[in-house]
Design a protein around this ligand. Structure first.
Ligand SMILES: [Zn+2]
Length: 124
């Protein structure tokens, strides 16, 4: 599982190892240019994991903050820092989400991730 997450962070397609995952720093391509693997689709769990990572990323520091004492000024300060870090790691969290999603899908349904290239080969 971690190898897929690391691939995602590196911006590498989990299936064919080509650097096709990111359109730019903040946007993931819909499909892999090389093997046709769908990175983001609405019907699978990619966005669910993205949401989960987002929540964990924001909530954990806030819980720590509350544990050590809740000061409004510090809260604003931390929120600003978190906001900037959040933008900075945007591509990383997208990569992680794609990696986890690919791992789970490749385990549960193998047919789903037959690449377009393989499909084309079968037709010919
Ligand atoms: Zn690929």
């Amino acid at each position: 599982m971690f190898k897929y997450i690391i691939k995602g962070i590196k911006g590498v397609c989990p299936k064919c190892d080509m650097k096709t995952l990111f359109h730019n720093k903040f946007k993931v391509n819909d499909k892999c240019r090389d093997c046709g693997l769908t990175f983001l689709s609405n019907d699978d769990g990619t966005w669910f994991f993205l949401l989960l990572i987002d929540r964990a990323f924001f909530i954990f520091p806030l819980v720590v903050l509350m544990y050590f004492g809740f000061e409004p000024l510090i809260f604003v300060f931390v929120a600003l820092i978190l906001g900037s870090i959040f933008v900075f790691v945007s591509s990383i969290r997208l990569g992680i989400a794609v990696g986890i999603d690919y791992y789970l899908n490749s385990k549960s349904s193998k047919d789903k991730y037959i690449s377009t290239r393989e499909k084309n080969n079968k037709k010919n």
